[in-house]
Design a protein around this ligand. Structure first.
Ligand SMILES: [Zn+2]
Ligand SMILES: [Zn+2]
Length: 153
């Protein structure tokens, strides 16, 4: 099996691709290395890294370079947006492709022939929000506890 750009899918690349496509976590190279080592016990981090770069260059995976975060890899190549948690650095997919209105106007306003755009979303993930609530409210963070606190005020 070869890709559209003629990259030979060696057993190593095949396994890296399979493992990456199984997850939605957008792992870093080191995380991919940990994932594939179960099936490729002798593979080195450098080899995993090189294969990831080659798979990305061939368009079989996506390489994500998000500001302030480590480089990550995504087995989903269909166009989609990402949102990153500023606290725990997790990256999730955003289901719909968001096109900000500015993208549609930029050719008219600035005269550029627009070839693409890169939208970066960041925030606090549900788990980190929950953790922050627990820290604020102590161990009793139930709905009842919250309501009681609101009445006290
Ligand atoms: Zn988080
Ligand atoms: Zn993704």
């Amino acid at each position: 099996m070869t890709s559209s750009k003629g990259l030979k899918l060696t057993r190593q690349r095949q396994i890296i691709l399979e493992e990456l496509r199984k997850v939605r976590t957008h792992p870093t190279a080191i995380e991919v290395y940990t994932m594939v080592r179960r099936r490729l016990p002798r593979i080195s981090l450098a080899t995993v890294y090189r294969n990831l770069e080659e798979l990305a260059a061939a368009g079989l995976i996506q390489k994500l370079t998000l500001a302030g975060s480590r480089k990550r890899f995504d087995g989903t190549v269909e166009e989609h947006c990402h949102i990153r948690c500023l606290k725990c650095d997790r990256v999730d997919d955003v289901a719909q492709v968001l096109v900000p209105p500015i993208v549609e106007d930029v050719e008219t306003l600035h005269g550029y022939q627009l070839l693409g755009h890169h939208l970066e979303l960041f925030g606090i993930c549900p788990r980190c929000q929950e953790k922050a609530r627990e820290r604020r409210e102590g161990p009793s963070h139930s709905q009842a506890g919250r309501e009681a606190k609101q009445k006290e005020r």
